[in-house]
Design a protein around this ligand. Structure first.
Ligand code: HEM
Length: 289
């Protein structure tokens, strides 16, 4: 998969999802450079610098931001509603949904928003903040290979429901037909589904998200990977540890002969096309992969 293809689809991802939310919440259409004439043109730079500082301190936060944006955009469009905390009036917002297991990176969004508020109060929506942050994390993790202009000017959503998240987000046990129809409902082609799934070259997952794979037949998953890597990492008890999504990032000692399949990060960029190579070798975590 060429990086340029990934870029195009990420742009489409945000544009399609942004269009959905704008129809629901605002008359305007998001535009590239929306904040250029606000806050001395410093908005996107503040986001970029804060994301860079956060990833310099903990690079795993990059994957968190990419997934956060996906999970925001797939539920009522890119309206920031995934960021809302439970309240007495709304005890079950999106982030409490089981489909949002492991969602993290909220602290990075809070840090960006604090910096934005200090430089230009009440100017930048949380929805735009998250969309910019995911782009900047993608650029950081791909060493500049993935970069795209983000249309902005979104309003923040005020509705956030766990039930909406459950019914819109894809599940890790979905088969290909269900995934295709889930993505088609958001305007994506099967090819775009495949391209976007390449994001699983980064990040991590809870064992509960792929426990079904520990008993999957050998034709569906490399049996050494299943029995000697994943099963050992996950254990049989009630604990639900996390495992790296990409075999490249897993403990090399445990991999045994599988190290011959490991695709080194290209030029240090972890957001690359290794997911597809892993996939062809039955070395990915989820049934949906
Ligand atoms: C095709 C359907 C998809 C399914 C079923 C799916 C499912 C999952 C699951 C179950 C996890 C692990 C959650 C956990 O156990 O903590 C995960 C992680 C992740 N997903 Fe997906 N995903 C899909 C598509 C995508 C897309 C389109 C993106 C972004 C463009 C994405 C980005 C990520 C990232 C970056 C992580 C790691 C997050 C972290 O490290 O915190 N996924 N995904």
């Amino acid at each position: 998969m060429k990086v340029s293809a990934v870029v195009l689809v990420l742009v489409a991802f945000q544009a399609a999802a942004a269009a959905a939310v704008v129809q629901a919440t605002a008359p305007g259409t998001p535009t590239v450079g929306y904040y250029n004439d606000k806050c001395n043109g410093s908005v996107e730079g503040i986001v970029r610098d804060t994301v860079k500082a956060a990833l310099d301190a903990d690079i795993t936060k990059g994957a968190a931001l990419v997934r956060l944006s996906f999970h925001d955009c797939f539920v009522r469009g890119c309206d920031g509603s995934v960021l809302l905390d439970p309240t007495c009036a709304n005890p079950y917002p999106e982030k409490t949904s089981g489909a949002n297991i492991g969602l993290r990176g909220f602290d990075v969004i809070d840090a960006i928003k604090a910096n934005l508020e200090s430089a230009c109060p009440s100017t930048v929506s949380c929805a735009d903040t998250l969309a910019f942050a995911a782009r900047d994390a993608s650029r950081y993790l791909s060493k500049g290979g993935i970069d795209y202009a983000v249309p902005a000017g979104r309003l923040d959503g005020v509705v956030s429901s766990a039930a909406d998240a459950e019914s819109n987000l894809p599940g890790s046990t979905f088969d290909v037909a269900t995934l295709i129809s889930n993505f088609a409902a958001k305007g994506f082609t099967p090819e775009e589904l495949v391209i976007l799934s390449g994001a699983h070259s980064i990040g991590r997952a809870h064992c509960s998200s792929f426990r079904d794979r520990l008993s999957a037949p050998s034709g569906k998953i490399n049996p050494y990977f299943r029995d000697n890597v994943l099963a050992k990492d996950c254990g049989a008890g009630p604990a639900d540890p996390t495992v790296e999504n990409n075999i490249r990032d897993q403990n090399a000692t445990a991999l045994g002969n599988l190290t011959s399949y490991v695709v080194p990060a290209s030029g240090g960029a972890s957001l690359d096309n290794s997911y597809y190579i892993n996939n062809l070798n039955n070395l990915v975590l989820f049934h949906s992969d």
